[in-house]
Design a protein around this ligand. Structure first.
Ligand code: DX5
Ligand code: ZN
Length: 227
């Protein structure tokens, strides 16, 4: 089953000197999620923001805090993000060299700390890497760029993975959101939604330039082929 299409604006692309104003734009647009990218300089070659910033945002706005942790040790830090106010903590299935024991432990620890759990795939990781966890996760995040930086170009390899995952989710009893992240704009959003995505992360497309509300409305309107 697919969820109603929604949008998760990525604040990585926001103007940090006006964060309150930027997040209020998200609220006004009707998007229900806020995408929060955490990078540790190890799992990805970039450093963004972390727990103190999440703490200062979470709970202040009527938004679902969609926290994407691109970090080497999600077992240690995932639960801390949950406690800091993340509603969903999504970590990468490539961490711990894909060790199933460690991934399962991490899923449990994040849940025990009070958040929903997502698993993310880098562009070159096959969808089969997720199969052992379908019963225990709430969200799958398909990366359509190499994680680490905003403003990159959508990689076509993601489209087929979305389609395959849509089928797998629909054929299972699991209630899993299918999120896509990286290079989403008017054109690529359409491709991703047609393939089965039901949650669109968008950073540069929404925050750089004008018409934030119109763009969110456009993205939401892609549901059922309306645009
Ligand atoms: C990249 C991040 C993305 C990023 C998307 O590693 O996970 O969430 O903010 O940015 P855009 O939409 O600009 O590609
Ligand atoms: Zn992200």
């Amino acid at each position: 089953m697919a969820y109603p299409l929604d949008v998760s604006p990525s604040i990585l692309a926001a103007d940090f000197t006006n964060l309150d104003k930027e997040i209020n734009k998200v609220v006004a647009s009707g998007a229900q999620y806020l995408h929060f990218d955490v990078m540790d300089g190890h799992f990805v070659p970039n450093i963004s923001f972390g727990i103190p910033v999440l703490k200062s945002i979470a709970g202040k706005y009527p938004l679902i805090m969609d926290v994407h942790i691109m970090i080497e040790d999600p077992l240690m830090y995932g639960p801390q993000f949950a406690k800091a106010g993340a509603d969903i903590v999504t970590f990468h299935v490539e961490t711990y060299n894909g060790n199933q024991n460690m991934i399962t432990k991490t899923i449990k620890a994040i849940k025990a700390a009070g958040a929903k759990v997502g698993l993310s795939l880098k562009p070159n990781t096959p969808v089969t890497a997720l199969l052992p966890y379908l019963e225990s996760i709430d969200l799958i995040l398909v990366m359509s760029v190499e994680p680490g930086f905003g403003g990159q170009k959508y990689l076509d390899i993601a489209t087929d993975k979305l389609a395959r995952l849509r089928k797998i989710i629909d054929e299972s009893d699991a209630n899993i959101r299918l999120e896509v992240d990286g290079g989403i704009n008017e054109e690529t959003a359409k491709i991703a939604v047609d393939a089965g995505a039901d949650l669109l992360v968008a950073g540069s497309y929404l925050f750089k330039g004008k018409d934030f509300e119109k763009k969110v409305a456009y993205l939401k309107g892609l549901e059922h082929g309306r645009n």
